[in-house]
Design a binder for this molecule. Sequence first.
Ligand SMILES: Nc1nc2c(ncn2[C@@H]2O[C@H](COP(=O)(O)OP(=O)(O)OP(=O)(O)O)[C@@H](O)[C@H]2O)c(=O)[nH]1
Length: 189
Amino acid sequence: STPISRVPKGGEGRATHTHTHAHSLYHKRLSIDGRQLNLEVFDPCSQSSETRCILEEPVDWADGFVVVYNINDRTSFINAKNILLQIREARMDNCKGSVPVCLVGNKQDLCYARGVREEEGRCLAQENRCSFQEVSAAEGYQDIANLFTQLIRQVMEHLKYRADRRRYSGSKSMAKLINNVFGKRRKSV
Ligand SMILES: Nc1nc2c(ncn2[C@@H]2O[C@H](COP(=O)(O)OP(=O)(O)OP(=O)(O)O)[C@@H](O)[C@H]2O)c(=O)[nH]1
């Protein structure tokens, strides 16, 4: 499945958890680099049996995505590919801009029965300009916890960059406006 973000199983507890047949929505409080964060984690239901994946509304509000496939299930890899495409297209259509994405190949412990080469995962990530990692949720949650921490750091940087840019272009256009109004008047006086 493709969590927008997810508290790894065996990791710290969930503060609240809403579950429907279609998805789970978690609320998680955590501290990263001394900052207190309130995360909303949307985890869609399993989509492994469908080739057409539906991301639902988080594509509009999420600040980051974790796209997960199973390294011994080629269909899940194709689904992941479609989801990455959907994220890109939906964000472009809505003019929301790109957001940090991490592609994850899970079940690394079953690599003897691998259906997707690590290189294929890496290439797909490169094509989509996102980070990539193979993990094994069965063997431990630490790698996955680190992966989420990294993604959250990227999200914070991205949000800061976007806010700075907005502030800069805002002040630039404000300066232009002031110049247009008072600059001209000063000339005519
Ligand atoms: N061997 C192995 N099995 C895993 C690993 N991660 C998950 N599983 C197993 O895969 C099955 C599906 O795991 P889930 O966590 O339910 O996967 P999901 O994609 O969230 O599925 P949904 O809950 O339907 O969305 C379970 O039987 C897990 O025990 C892994 O890293 N290695």
